[in-house]
Design a protein around this ligand. Structure first.
Ligand SMILES: C[S@@+](CC[C@H](N)C(=O)[O-])C[C@H]1O[C@@H](n2cnc3c(N)ncnc32)[C@H](O)[C@@H]1O
Length: 274
């Protein structure tokens, strides 16, 4: 099939996904979305993208299957421990000065980043004054985040990450193990709101003190990244913090002027202007 015809089919498929189900991948970074769609088409057994599109339009059961290819659910507890160490050492001292806190973990995937924050906040004595918002576009991932159950064999890595992040307790205090699974304590979810929210199509949250959005913007094109950064700026309280993690940056954004570096290497910023 000529490359251009395939590109047109992909464009139409993404348009169909948007028009029919309101999932908007039209402005995700092209190379990676194309690669993922090709993998989906092959593994789901469609001869071309038009056939996949027809199926998607008529069978809603295809939606979660396709989304599982289009969204990447790779994460870890205390992923990039130096990021959490920086949050603990450089951000927490500021957060301590507030009587109540709201933090937003966007693109929370299966919940690993969320549990990392709740545990860190518990260790720092901030959990009880904090409301945690955990959002994603993938419903299956959100359900897994809410369940908080992970394969037990991942706990060794998570434990090492936690320790390297400056963890003050033992990770095993927070989960119980049975039948090859680690089930995180439900008290960790007591102050968490889980919600379906897209950085592409949905609106701002109000007055957040910290937003963590890591390994999500890399999938967007420049214009979408800019939209998301605008959303973060609007959602943050004055002097609120934005953590993008080492792979993403504010550097070329029109919003860069509204933020100062808090921890440069970890791409943790503080909003200083409205
Ligand atoms: C690679 S995971 C990142 C998980 C976690 N933040 C981390 O760094 O380990 C990317 C997540 O972004 C989510 N995502 C993709 N597009 C999104 C959008 N438009 N709005 C919100 N989340 C999105 C995916 O469903 C996936 O759960």
């Amino acid at each position: 099939m000529p490359e251009k015809l395939e590109d047109l089919e992909i464009q139409l498929l993404l348009e169909a996904l948007y028009q029919r189900y309101h999932y908007d991948f039209r402005n995700y970074a092209q190379a990676s979305i194309k690669r993922r769609l090709k993998q989906a088409r092959e593994q789901l057994g469609f001869r071309n993208f038009s056939a996949l599109q027809e199926n998607l339009l008529h069978d809603p059961a295809m939606l979660p299957r396709l989304l599982s290819y289009l969204t990447v659910q790779v994460s870890e507890l205390f992923r990039d421990p130096s990021y959490f160490r920086a949050i603990r050492e450089k951000v927490v001292p500021h957060l301590r000065t507030y009587p109540s806190l709201k933090i937003w973990i966007t693109g929370c995937s299966n919940g690993e980043e969320l549990y990392s924050f709740v545990i860190l906040f518990r260790e720092e004595g901030l959990e009880q004054r904090t409301l945690f918002y955990a959002t994603d576009i993938n419903q299956d991932a959100l359900a897994k985040a809410e369940a908080g159950i992970y394969d037990l064999d991942r706990m060794q890595l998570f434990t090492e990450n936690h320790r390297n992040s400056g963890g003050k307790s033992s990770l095993s205090d927070y989960y119980s193990a049975a039948y090859g699974k680690a089930s995180f304590d439900k008290s960790l979810r007591g102050r968490v709101v889980f919600s379906d929210h897209s950085l592409v199509t949905d609106a701002v949250f109000a007055e957040m003190h910290l937003i963590s959005c890591r390994n999500v913007l890399i999938y967007f094109d420049r214009a979408l990244q800019e939209r998301a950064l605008g959303l973060f700026k609007e959602s943050l309280a004055r002097k609120g913090f934005l953590g993008l993690g080492s792979k993403e940056s504010m550097r070329f954004s029109d919003y860069a002027g509204s933020f100062t570096d808090c921890v440069r290497d970890e791409k943790i910023y503080q909003k200083w202007a409205n």
